[in-house]
Design a protein around this ligand. Structure first.
Ligand code: GTP
Ligand code: ZN
Length: 226
């Protein structure tokens, strides 16, 4: 085993000092430690599998059962290589901008981009759609790259507000313009499947900058979503 329970205590202790127990948001950056990627994926998966097995064991589950015995490994792989893949900056999508040779000067809207992320408070799914718009500053990027940027920031433990801001900033950077807008409409399983257990509510977050500070531009974008 690569780490010890002492390491975990230390990590959890640090978190408690910096965040308290009241889930105060830590700004636009995902709160990661500076040494977050000192370990490679394989080492991380071994440690997570070990600890997840302890969770299952504590719940009284029989880890010798055929169906359960590989679950710790499955969960570890899912965390590191699938659902939290976007924690690692090495996995940030390569985006190359090219000249807007079509001379298209209006708003471009990419609607209904799938958002599959996980609430950082409960590690339960948040599922929904993002809609992004921008006005080219002379540069354009491939349409699928808009979806890829959303997907990269979704593949982390998240709060919806932070994810929305992170995507806005990444779009500004990729497109080299402030003329960007994003709406995220998502359902939180931590609201529908536990706690209050309300199925119908969704959470809408909106971030914008540049020309979208203008009410008419924002309204035009919203009209495109109807
Ligand atoms: N602002 C924000 N809150 C979120 C998000 N995802 C989950 N939450 C909320 O985070 C809060 C966590 O608060 P706590 O009171 O510590 O958790 P809890 O006791 O499990 O809360 P209940 O869900 O009310 O039972 C809950 O109200 C969640 O609904 C998010 O993306 N943004
Ligand atoms: Zn939650």
């Amino acid at each position: 085993m690569v780490t010890t329970d002492n390491t975990l205590d230390l990590v959890l202790g640090q978190k408690a000092q910096t965040m308290g127990d009241n889930h105060i948001s830590t700004g636009v950056e995902t709160p990661l430690r500076p040494d977050a990627f000192d370990m490679n994926d394989k080492e991380k998966m071994e440690i997570i599998a070990h600890h997840f097995a302890a969770i299952m064991d504590t719940l009284g589950l029989d880890l010798n059962d055929d169906s359960l015995q590989d679950t710790p490994k499955r969960v570890a792989k899912m965390f590191v290589q699938e659902i939290f893949h976007g924690l690692n900056p090495a996995n940030k999508p390569e985006i190359s901008a090219f000249d807007n040779s079509y001379d298209y000067k209006r708003m471009l809207v990419e609607k209904n981009i799938t958002v599959k992320t996980f609430c950082e408070h409960h590690f339960l799914p948040i599922t929904g759609k993002a809609h992004v718009g921008y006005v080219s500053n002379g540069k354009v990027i491939g349409l699928s790259k808009l979806n890829r940027i959303v997907d990269y920031y979704a593949r982390r433990p998240q709060v919806q507000e932070r994810m929305t801001k992170q995507i806005l900033l990444a779009l500004q950077e990729a497109l080299d313009t402030k003329d960007v807008i994003i709406v995220v409409d998502a359902k939180h399983m931590c609201v529908s499947h536990r706690g209050i257990q309300h199925d119908e509510s969704t959470t809408l977050t909106l971030e914008y900058s540049g020309c979208f500070e203008n009410n008419d531009m924002r309204r035009e974008f919203m009209d495109c979503l109807k």
